[in-house]
Design a protein around this ligand. Structure first.
Ligand SMILES: Cc1cc2nc3c(=O)[nH]c(=O)nc-3n(C[C@H](O)[C@H](O)[C@H](O)COP(=O)(O)O)c2cc1C
Length: 173
């Protein structure tokens, strides 16, 4: 049994996703959440945890952040069957409106193929962008918590808290 029930795995090039990861850990409780930075640790470290949160920023016009890109093949080495996974993304809806949070969409699609149980979908109200690969087919929900610290930093704290409460309820923690 792992020390905490939740692994929070993330990649972060300029620390926005890392700061979000720390806020989520603090809000859910450090006794419940272990942080795993993909710059230092393999993705397979998530395997023993019953619940997984993944943080992924989008870079370079709809591309994966570099640590996620490097670790991507490791997603095939983890057994995600039936495992509750929740995603959060950092992006810039003003600077990159045609690719807003695309990487979160790629990660979601990969996890579904790998048998994970996606949780923590998030309403798309309150954002302005042109296209995103991180939206459900009806366009109503993001595949995870959508954050834009570049343009909506003042909204992030409340969004994080609401999403964490949603996870507590979805996961019955
Ligand atoms: C060169 C560059 C390219 C970016 N491309 C995208 C993009 O395609 N889509 C998006 O939503 N955000 C994009 N962003 C915004 C980043 O996702 C945002 O700055 C994020 O907070 C970075 O997170 P990190 O510091 O955890 O790496 C880009 C930012 C930079 C500087």
């Amino acid at each position: 049994m792992s020390a905490t029930p939740i692994a929070l795995v993330y990649g972060s090039s300029t620390c926005y996703t890392e700061m979000t990861a720390e806020k989520i850990r603090d809000y859910l409780g450090a006794d419940r959440v272990t942080l795993i930075n993909l710059a230092d640790s393999p993705l397979a470290d998530v395997q023993p945890y019953p619940y997984i949160i993944m943080g992924i920023p989008t870079w370079d016009y709809g591309e994966l952040q570099e640590d996620w890109e490097e670790r991507w093949p490791e997603l095939d080495t983890v057994d995600f069957t039936g495992k509750p996974v929740a995603l959060f993304g950092q992006g810039d809806q003003v600077g990159y409106p045609e690719w807003f949070l695309d990487a979160m969409g790629y990660l979601h699609d990969k996890l579904v193929v790998r048998g994970a149980l996606p949780t923590g979908y998030w309403p798309n109200q309150g954002y302005e962008f042109e296209a995103s690969k991180a939206l459900t087919s009806d366009g109503q929900l993001f595949y995870g918590l959508a954050l834009d610290d570049e343009n909506q930093f003042e909204e992030s704290e409340a969004r994080i808290q609401t999403w964490c409460d949603q996870l507590r309820s979805e996961w019955q923690l």
